[in-house]
Write a protein that binds this ligand. Structure first.
Ligand SMILES: [Zn+2]
Length: 91
């Protein structure tokens, strides 16, 4: 599991995600697939909150080594939007 900290720490991954523009699909809340449209490679990313801190996991080589890959950046962006929508619904 990779701990998602500040946007600054994620910046390189966010920049890469912006450049690659991968396709993010929502499997269910907290579970996503991220596809590189150029290579067709698809990776599974999970996001979860534990004790108020956000964690993510990706099954690509970088993610397996505990690195913040752009798949996680792309999925986390979608996850934050979904989570905000859920929070708005529950109020
Ligand atoms: Zn990855």
């Amino acid at each position: 599991m990779i701990k998602l900290t500040t946007a600054e720490a994620m910046q390189k991954a966010i920049d890469k995600a912006r450049a690659v523009k991968p396709l993010v699909r929502v499997v269910c809340f907290g579970s996503y697939t991220v596809t590189n449209k150029q290579t067709g490679a698809t990776y599974a990313v999970t996001c979860e909150k534990r004790d108020g801190e956000r964690f993510a996991d990706c099954n690509c080589k970088a993610g397996a080594r505990g690195l913040r890959c752009y798949h996680i950046a792309a999925a986390a962006a979608a996850h934050i939007v979904l989570a905000a929508g859920r929070a708005a619904q529950s109020t």
